[in-house]
Design a protein around this ligand. Structure first.
Ligand code: G3P
Length: 228
């Protein structure tokens, strides 16, 4: 399943508003808005909901994390091949809320590629963004941890840091597609992120905890559409 740009990635995290049937409802809303606007919307549910959602929507479904183990005698880890078999087409890696050491990010990207999963590697500052881009993920999403969950958008609160992160990413590896996230809550935030030369956004609470997630996604997707 192709991921077209600009892309809106909705991380369901561990919010109760996005588990099980509630998560499926948000995913179906994302699919409807994506179909109506032509803007790619990716959803990243809890591992236990990947199959439920991937079987019922025709938009990219990502895991929130995978473990870089090979198949075999390991217990309680998330095998890359298992999330692919469940219907995931990619995975987040090194989210600020599930941070890894660089060596593990490297191995996780390698194992994701073995399992034919696309990779969105997350970074917490421009220099880490550059380091991660040297490991050749498909996407790198810069997210300042202090803005995560605040509703204060990185694209309006820290435009100069987003610009620096994108410049460093492109300098180290122009093949990696830059994204940004943290506090993205409106169409204006999406427009600002794209104007800063990112190719999309990674977000969570602005949609998952919204009174009307579909309405927020519609506003965001229409804003992204206007940048084309
Ligand atoms: O993965 C995206 C997330 O960390 C951003 O959180 O709630 O600020 O959109 P939020």
């Amino acid at each position: 399943m192709k991921i077209t740009l600009p892309v809106i990635v909705v991380n369901f995290k561990t919010y109760t508003e996005s588990i099980g049937e509630k998560g499926l409802k948000i995913a179906k809303a994302a699919e409807e808005i994506s179909n109506n606007t032509g803007i790619c919307i990716v959803v990243a549910p809890q591992h236990t909901d990947i199959r439920l959602i991937a079987n019922q929507v025709n938009i990219p479904v990502f895991a929130q994390h995978i473990d870089p183990y090979a198949p075999g005698s390991h217990t309680g880890y998330i095998l890359p091949e298992a999330v692919a078999e469940a219907g995931a087409v990619g995975t987040l890696i090194n989210h600020s809320e599930h941070r890894l050491i660089l060596a593990d990010i490297d191995e996780t990207i390698r194992r994701a590629k073995e399992a034919k999963l696309k990779t969105i590697a997350c970074s917490n500052n421009p220099e880490v963004s550059a380091s991660i881009c040297a490991l050749s993920p498909d996407f790198c999403a810069y997210e300042p941890p202090d803005l995560i969950g605040t509703g204060i958008s990185v694209s309006t609160a820290k435009p100069e840091v987003v610009t620096k992160a994108v410049e460093l990413m492109q300098k180290i590896n122009p093949q990696v597609i830059p994204l940004c996230g943290a506090g993205i809550s409106t169409g204006k935030d999406v427009t600002a992120a794209i104007k800063l030369n990112t190719k999309g956004v990674l977000l969570a609470s602005g949609v998952v905890k919204a009174k009307d997630p579909k309405a927020v996604l519609k506003e965001m997707a229409e804003a992204a559409q206007k940048t084309l």
